[in-house]
Ligand binder design. Sequence first.
Ligand SMILES: NC(=O)c1ccc[n+]([C@@H]2O[C@H](COP(=O)([O-])OP(=O)(O)OC[C@H]3O[C@@H](n4cnc5c(N)ncnc54)[C@H](O)[C@@H]3O)[C@@H](O)[C@H]2O)c1
Length: 437
Amino acid sequence: MNVAVIGSGYVGLVTGTCLAEIGHYVICVDNDEEKIEVLKKGEIPIYEPQLEKLVKKNMDKERLSFSTSIKEGVSRAKVIFIAVGTPPKENGEADLSSVEKVCSQIARSMKEYRLIVEKSTVPVQTGQWIKRLFRVNNSLSDFDIASNPEFLREGTAVDDFLNPDRIVIGVETERAASILKELYSPIINRKSSRSDSVPLMITDLETAELIKHASNSFLTTKISFINAVADICEKTGADIEKVAEGMGYDPRIGVSFLKAGIGFGGFCFPKDLQAFIRIAEKLNYDFALLKEVEKINKNRPKMLLDKIEKALGTVEGKTIGILGLAFKPNTDDIRLAPSIEIISLLQRKKAQIKVYDPVAMDKAKEVLRNVEYGRDPYEIARGSNALVIVTEWEEFQRIDLERIRDLMVNPLVVDGRNIYEPEKMKELGFIYKSMGR
Ligand SMILES: NC(=O)c1ccc[n+]([C@@H]2O[C@H](COP(=O)([O-])OP(=O)(O)OC[C@H]3O[C@@H](n4cnc5c(N)ncnc54)[C@H](O)[C@@H]3O)[C@@H](O)[C@H]2O)c1
């Protein structure tokens, strides 16, 4: 099938590449000329395991190409995915201006039937709004709108796309449903390490749109819940890791997403949570539960700062080493990462900052000011008064802790992700502070 993906960022590039991998002919479009130039050379502008190899392979097989022209994408493809960003506006609402722009361009370029698929995360009822946009910009051509929310996780995006937990398709016509079923059939029918077959849900547009915001908001609720319990653990001497384990054996609760720490970040959870709160408000529903989830999360960096200050007396003039900038391991994405807020809080208190991340330092250089970058954790530890674990990269779990201790001015480790064992850290002579233990 011929497919166009408009927006070639984390989601668009993975979607386009994986659709090519399962045999479709895909053109990925982006208005960022530099990005498209890089992609045309078979290089990828983001860090995402497995992706570069698949991009090269499918370009070689002439199933994957890149362009800056929406018109070209629309003329070549029957199915057009919209995968542009939907960042938060000042008030937390999803900013749909890129979606609007792209839809108007697609509509004006269309000469015959096209299926337009929302891949970007958009508020419920956006599909109806897109339909109106298309009618305004093109009253002649036939089209369908579908919602196909994306659940991939950065860091495991390729595997998530090719072996998803479920595929959700929101449609209004049988024609749209059958095109998308055919498009995804190689994935639906493949047995994977995760399952024998992939559940396919066909719903109306609004239900599919809502599944995405409800899913992400539920996951953030789990994280904030366990972080609130971690605070109770600190006040009582209980151990959050054991509490979470004990809770997780109950299959109704499950173990995943019960990891206490410095909270969630990234380009999805914080903005989708905010957007869902605003969506509810517009519908005259006060989603107070989610407001509390957001409040708990926003307070996490401050809580970490309090721990550092309590241990050091003051951070003013002290050197604080930060290990990890990406919002989670295996990605270079620092959008809305807790690291940014933590560093900003420390800098406001006049601390000197040294940072290291295995892959996110180039991206960080565009955002962070007045920080020193190190080549590895040891360079960061040298001369530091405290070492703060912000991202749970596997590399940090394997470091030579004795060497780290000897390089530091003060053997203080504040572990925002609970990656070390308190007993072992004590034995090694560290002052060790973690979350909820
Ligand atoms: N990143 C994730 O893990 C993830 C997961 C699921 C869903 N989503 C959703 O997918 C959407 C995209 O997220 P992302 O992380 O890929 O964002 P991104 O910023 O990495 O990518 C968006 C791309 O769209 C391009 N773009 C913007 N305006 C354009 C235009 N007018 N014409 C052509 N291209 C244009 C940008 O240049 C950029 O390359 C968002 O709605 C997001 O919420 C993201």
